[in-house]
Design a protein around this ligand. Structure first.
Ligand code: FE2
Length: 168
């Protein structure tokens, strides 16, 4: 299973880099939201979860010598900050933020599904347990955002129509 192990180590590194990106992105988004407290609260909760994911992955990486995400971490953090601000100058910032978060959550779901299958193939029960736990939290975030997208769009349009604070 040498090849499978190598693949797992690589996917693990990628997932870890993505978590670092997620943490940076969430922090920049949380700092900007002003008038959507339920979203802000959910993001704060997911930030805490993501910090847990990052730590758990780091723990797994120590057992897989091929796993490391040093260079990508830096690039990931920079691009996360950029992404977090992508919508900052648009009138519909809050809607864009939610769409970005929804896409991001699904990318994470996809990555943990792959990691979980690979961990299972390797017969690594510790890695399976870690991936299952993270996957369920990512799915919960994706599902929450799926419901929220409808409401936030309507709320944004209503506020915008009445010239209330709608943007973020
Ligand atoms: Fe995560």
């Amino acid at each position: 299973m040498t090849h499978a192990k190598d693949h797992f180590a690589k996917w693990l590194s990628d997932a870890h880099a993505l978590e670092l990106q997620s943490i940076a992105l969430l922090k920049s988004q949380i700092a900007r939201i002003e008038n959507y407290p339920d979203l802000r609260e959910k993001m704060i909760e997911h930030l805490a979860n993501s910090e847990g994911h990052e730590k758990a992955l780091r723990g797994l990486m120590e057992r897989f010598p091929g796993a490391q995400s040093l260079i990508k971490d830096v690039a990931g953090r920079l691009s996360a900050t950029a992404q977090g601000l992508t919508g900052a100058f648009s009138a519909d910032e809050i809607v864009r933020t939610c769409m970005n978060a929804y896409v991001f959550a699904h990318e994470e779901v996809a990555r943990y599904k792959v990691l979980l299958a690979a961990a299972d193939e390797l017969g690594d029960s510790t890695a399976v347990a870690v991936c299952e736990r993270i996957l369920s939290e990512e799915k919960a975030m994706a599902d929450w955002l799926e419901l929220y997208l409808d409401g936030v769009t309507r709320l944004y349009l209503m506020r915008d129509e009445r010239d209330l604070l709608a943007k973020r």
